[in-house]
Design a protein around this ligand. Structure first.
Ligand code: T1G
Length: 682
């Protein structure tokens, strides 16, 4: 610890990259605090973070290991700060999250830079704050505001919390000098200015708030133990602080090893792994300041918005003035709506739009560092566009196709620079969905690939590397899942049984409701295109085809698997659909039998895990965790279930193999039964 200056000792949280409070850092801080308290030259203490962070909280890598419980555990350290006879002031810049914010809450006072981001994101790890957050924060900013911060787990800037009571001062620049002055002032006054009250909050108010919040829990929150535990911890704020802290700690420790917490920690790590290219493919990405988007339709304008939001200049190109005008208008409407919603101020909205240049003049492509094609999903159309791009784009520019299914190599072959070509598969709405599949063609160069991954991160997305195979990773898995669900309605379940089983484990929607929403004709078009190549021995459920022939294309025609009266789903199949399904079962000679929800879920998850194993064996997915990140980020797989690979790893291997054998038999000809070993490689 540097020598105290003017009677103030500064303790630095220094554990790059984000000063996570692992055991070593906790021990250093405890020792330095003890030394400061014993040093007569020290009148007060300031705690600050090194680098870009105050502290990102407890070290996620320590969870479930002995080090997490090795003294000093975080609550011990924070109790020492709170009990200090000399004032301890937190100087917060960068991020103060989880245990990092709890450390600041244990201090006698807090000074934050206005741009600092603070929060208690433990719920996103299947936990609750375990070092005083549920007890100290409500005493400072009130139960409702504190509950909101912990229940959504989202960081907030200190500027937005300036009047909340959380900080003594919020400053525009470095908070350290102001924290030092405040610490000295407190020392002269003798004590802390807003140390959390020892007394409990009014019991009746606490009870009323918690009861109301418990009633308001959403179905998917009720599936995750941390949401209820958070309310149990808040109930304890009516107790004196020491009892409340003990109650909180017991609740926190009961969550650490729950399946949801293990799955969410796995997702946290898998997401950070997924955005890194395998070592053999790593290279320096090209800087991208100007990007061109070809095609101003829904996807193209969504991609343009994502690029503008990330600070890039965007050239939006079309071949047709009316389409260009529609795209430009959609982008203008989006920013106007954001400004009206207060998400952006008018100046920011105008500034972003000012970076958009919409034009029919393709020669502007020469200014682009990267080009993203987002035109109609037809190979010939895309190839024609890439020939045009090849004519105008400057040498070395990265050329990306947003195709969902087409062969990236066949598109790249329309240019003379396949090494600069790759797939950037955005998910609709492109400015909202975080998943980005970065598809590597046979000849995609390392620099183009690195540039695609870096662009994904710059857009605040989760870029995941995929090989160039039909359906890449996500659609390949989703197709296997959907096909298995169709087998199940032929075996005896109704679509609503399957949908309810899947929403019952946390999917926002079941596969049949999703099909109705996106339009059955999309799959129908694909199926007819593949019909000639389909092996007649393959098990094929034709209910969707029959529905389309009847004009039941889903929500947009008020009828698909379900009927829709003024947009409201019937939520169950009518006689017409049931007859179609019964006829399909009869044609296959199947004696229909009801399927229980658990059997439906297991068959669906097994089908996904089987496809994941195939993708890994084929090298389309680089890591098992990548598959789970794709399913969570792009397909609504419940994050707290970890993903199909995570699920498979939790099952007894012999049961998995036996059930997969059964699935393969039921799947008939064309069902490719995988070797599951790749799922178990880290
Ligand atoms: N522990 C360990 N490593 C962490 C970490 C953490 N808490 N946070 C980030 N890292 C690593 C991350 O793995 C990556 O490493 C690098 O830092 C950059 O992260 C008792 C129990 C801080 C906003 O949930 O939200 O406190 O891959 O890629 O986009 O109540 O990281 O480079 O090797 O995300 O700039 C609560 C989680 C813990 C915060 C930075 N805290 N972290 O985002 O970089 S539980 C959190 C974040 C807790 C107490 C409870 C973000 C970030 P590598 P990054 P970023």
């Amino acid at each position: 610890m540097p020598e105290p200056r003017d009677g103030v000792a500064v303790i630095l949280l220094d554990h790059p990259p984000v000063n996570s409070l692992d055991h070593a850092l906790r021990a250093r801080v405890a020792a330095q605090l003890q030394a400061a308290l014993a040093d007569p030259a020290v009148a007060a203490v300031v705690i600050a973070g090194s680098g870009q962070a105050f502290s990102a909280g407890a070290d996620v890598g320590e969870f479930g290991t002995p080090r997490q419980q090795q003294s000093p555990v975080l609550p011990e350290l924070l109790d020492g700060i709170a009990a200090s006879a000399k004032p301890v002031v937190a100087a917060i810049a960068g991020v103060a999250l989880g245990g990092g914010l709890e450390l600041a809450l244990a201090c006698h006072a807090r000074v934050a830079q206005d741009s600092a981001r603070v929060g208690l994101p433990e719920i996103r790890l299947g936990l609750i704050p375990g070092a005083g957050g549920t007890q100290r924060l409500p005493r400072l900013i009130g139960l409702a505001a504190a509950h909101a911060m912990m229940a959504d787990g989202q960081p907030r800037t200190a500027a937005t919390l300036a009047q909340s009571g959380l900080f003594d001062q919020v400053v525009p620049d470095d908070p350290l000098p102001v924290a030092r002055a405040l610490a000295l002032r407190l020392a002269r006054q003798g004590g802390g200015s807003c140390q959390a009250r020892q007394a409990g909050l009014p019991a009746a108010q606490v009870q009323a708030f918690v009861d109301q919040a418990r009633r308001a829990l959403k179905p998917r929150e009720r599936m995750q133990p941390a949401y209820g535990a958070l309310l149990d911890a808040l109930l304890a704020t009516s107790l004196p602080l020491p009892q409340g802290l003990a109650r909180e700690r017991a609740l926190f420790l009961s969550l650490v090893s729950t399946p949801a917490a293990q799955a969410l920690r796995y997702q946290f790590k898998a997401e950070r792994e997924a955005v890194k290219l395998p070592a053999a493919l790593q290279a320096a990405p090209l800087p991208v300041r100007t990007a061109a988007v070809i095609g101003a339709g829904t996807m193209g304008s969504g991609i343009a918005i994502a690029l503008l939001d990330a600070g890039l200049s965007v050239l939006l190109l079309e071949q047709d003035e009316a389409a260009l005008a529609r795209g430009r208008q959609a982008i203008a409407d989006y920013f106007q709506a954001r400004a009206q919603a207060g998400k952006l101020d008018q100046a920011q909205a105008a500034q972003r739009q000012a970076r958009l240049h919409a034009t029919l003049d393709w020669t502007v492509l020469a200014q682009a560092d990267l080009v993203i094609e987002a035109v109609f999903e037809e190979l010939a159309v895309k190839q024609a566009v890439f020939r045009e791009i090849d004519r105008h784009a400057r040498p070395g520019a990265v050329l990306a196709t947003n195709t969902s299914y087409l062969d990236v190599d066949e598109i790249a072959a329309a240019t003379g620079r396949a090494q600069d070509c790759l797939g950037l598969h955005f998910f609709s709405p492109a400015h909202v969905m975080k998943l980005l599949e970065v598809v590597r063609g046979a000849r995609t160069g390392k620099q183009a690939l690195a540039t695609g991954m870096a662009l994904g991160k710059a857009l605040g997305k989760v870029p995941v590397l995929s090989g160039n195979a039909f359906g890449f990773i996500g659609n390949r898995i989703y197709n296997a899942y959907r096909r298995q669900c169709e087998f199940m309605i032929e075996d005896g379940a109704w679509p609503e049984d399957v949908d309810r089983a899947m929403t019952g484990m946390g999917f926002a929607m079941g596969p049949f409701a999703v099909a109705d929403l996106s339009g059955l004709d999309i799959a129908w078009r694909m199926r007819r295109a593949q019909a000639a190549r389909r092996d007649p021995r393959e098990r094929y459920v034709d209910v969707l085809d029959r529905l389309c022939e009847m004009g039941r294309l889903g929500r947009k025609t008020q009828a698909g698997y379900y009927t829709y009266d003024q947009g409201k789903s019937s939520g169950q199949t009518d006689q017409t659909v049931r007859q179609l399904i019964e006829q399909a079962s009869a044609r296959r000679g199947i004696e229909r039998r009801p399927l229980a929800a658990d059997e439906i879920r297991r068959r669906a998850l097994l089908a996904m895990a089987n496809e994941a194993a195939l993708l890994l064996a084929e090298g389309v997915a680089a890591r098992p965790g990548d598959v789970d990140v794709v399913l969570v980020q792009g397909y609504g797989f419940p994050r707290w279930e970890g993903g199909p690979v995570f699920w498979a790893r939790q099952q007894p291997r012999e049961r998995l193999e036996a059930e997969l054998d059964q699935l393969a038999r039921a799947g008939g000809h064309g069902f490719v039964r995988a070797d599951l070993d790749p799922l178990f490689l880290s």
